[in-house]
Design a protein around this ligand. Structure first.
Ligand SMILES: Cc1cc2nc3c(=O)[nH]c(=O)nc-3n(C[C@H](O)[C@H](O)[C@H](O)COP(=O)(O)OP(=O)(O)OC[C@H]3O[C@@H](n4cnc5c(N)ncnc54)[C@H](O)[C@@H]3O)c2cc1C
Length: 421
């Protein structure tokens, strides 16, 4: 039985194949297509939505790892390389990837396929850094994705082929000074804060007054010793653990949730630390949850956040996790939720073991009404009806899909529902 990270998606594939190289991927795709079976490539299983779920063939890419080549500002890596492995391999060469994602356990191909993003107002997501891709298409052929198809393939949802290699634009390693502090919500929502840093985000608990802000900027000072960096990063962990404790207590005594949220906000520490970007930004979750996240036009972000907090409070929902608020520039990926517009992201979380639906559907209603588009890797109720309205390049994506996967080898009922209707 396969389960995703949250445990919310489960399936029993007829076969799980773990190819050791690209030839193995080709053989697996050809065999499945010959047997009229469908194939789902699987990364680290960190998506909350059922993108990777299958009852036919699950293709586990975890053996396809490592750097293929680094030439100037281009690094080519195998698809199953985790972001942690990518960061470490680039750092050894004095390099880094620009799309600063704060979780490092997903795979490169999985993170790219779903448009995984951090919180950088001027730098696009990891999929925006993609300059080339190699994949096995639905006929079993190996293809270097032509430039004309790259904006379809970069946020391809695993619907065009099995990616075997990804080429990314890289830059010189980046030293950041990261800070965190409590901040009034209005201040955290202001462009003066969110758009003023290299990386900036905030969390806000329903029923609490203040936000918990974290930001980072380039620094030319010497990195702090590893112990100081560990303490700073762990402070996030400690906060998450405190939230986890609050979640457990709130689960058994829901009426305490507003009080717990205010206490968790008040306890959060302040401080700063300096080190390589991937070391200071990394998050290490200690509890599990279900999550929905919506990409709003940037100008709608403040209203969307305030309305969602008010709606949670009006309905007296027991929400023991903070909303997470981030920003990013317009993306070129045809199916990227930030396609064509600067974006404000709002994520909601519900602890595993609680019913996530009231919160997830409230967020979908409130944030969807602000022209929000859901993150593909997170829980959402959209079908092809909403997708067709929100994505002007969907028809072009379908044309490429018809060409690369005419027999629809790479699909499941979820993809049928969002892409085909
Ligand atoms: C704790 C946690 C924190 C998170 N934080 C963030 C965050 O900060 N920002 C954010 O944007 N998202 C975040 N996510 C969401 C998550 O990172 C993304 O959904 C991402 O896709 C996960 O990558 P994965 O390797 O687990 O891919 P999977 O979930 O296994 O797969 C995702 C999709 O990619 C496809 N795929 C995987 N490998 C290939 C391949 N080789 N070829 C073609 N298609 C492929 C799959 O078929 C599927 O459609 C978080 C998730 C968790 C659990």
């Amino acid at each position: 039985m396969w389960t995703n990270w949250s445990g919310g998606q489960r399936c029993g594939p007829a076969a799980t194949v773990r190819p050791l190289d690209e030839a193995g991927v080709r053989a697996a795709v050809r065999r499945a297509a010959g047997n009229r079976q469908r194939v789902r490539p699987v990364g680290a299983g960190h998506s909350f939505s059922p993108l990777a779920v299958t009852t036919d063939v699950a293709l586990d890419l975890s053996a396809l790892t490592g750097v293929v080549s680094v030439t100037g500002r281009r690094a080519r890596v195998r698809a199953g390389t985790t972001l942690a492995e990518l960061n470490a391999a680039l750092a050894e060469r004095g390099l880094a990837v620009a799309g600063l994602v704060d979780l490092d356990t997903p795979t490169v191909a999985g993170a790219v396929a779903t448009g995984t993003h951090g919180s950088t107002p001027r730098t696009g997501s990891l999929s925006a850094q993609v300059t080339g891709m190699r994949m096995i298409d639905g006929t079993g052929a190996a293809v270097e994705v032509p430039d004309a198809e790259l904006d379809a393939a970069r946020t391809g949802l695993g619907a065009l082929g099995v990616v075997t290699e990804v080429e990314l634009e890289v830059m010189p390693a980046l030293v950041l000074r990261a800070s965190q502090a409590r901040m009034p919500l209005d201040e955290a929502l202001a462009a003066d804060y969110l758009d003023a840093h290299r990386w900036a985000e905030f969390s806000v608990f329903p029923y609490a007054q203040d936000a918990l802000a974290r930001w980072a900027d380039e620094a030319d000072e010497e990195p702090d010793p590893p112990s100081a960096v560990r303490t700073f990063v762990e402070r996030r962990v400690v906060r998450a653990a405190a939230v986890g404790g609050g979640v457990a207590l709130g689960r058994s005594v829901p009426r305490l949730v507003p009080t717990i949220n205010r206490v968790a906000t008040a306890l959060t520490g302040t401080g700063s630390v300096t080190d390589l970007a991937h070391r200071v930004l990394v998050a290490r979750p200690v509890v599990r949850w279900e999550e929905g996240e919506w990409a709003l036009p940037r100008e709608a972000l403040a209203d969307g956040v305030r309305e969602l907090l008010a709606a949670i409070s009006d309905r007296e929902l027991d929400v023991g996790f903070p909303l997470e608020v981030r920003v990013g520039p317009a993306e070129t990926g045809w199916l990227h939720p930030a396609y064509g517009r600067a974006t404000g992201w709002v994520a909601v979380h519900a602890a595993t073991g609680t019913d996530p639906e009231p919160l997830l559907s409230l967020a979908a209603d409130v944030l969807g009404a602000h022209a929000g588009r859901p993150h593909w890797g997170k829980r959402h109720p959209w079908t092809n009806r909403e997708v067709a309205e929100a994505y002007p390049k969907l028809a072009d994506f379908r044309t490429i899909r018809d060409h690369r996967d005419p027999a629809r080898v790479f699909t499941n009922s979820h993809l049928d529902s969002v892409l085909d209707g």
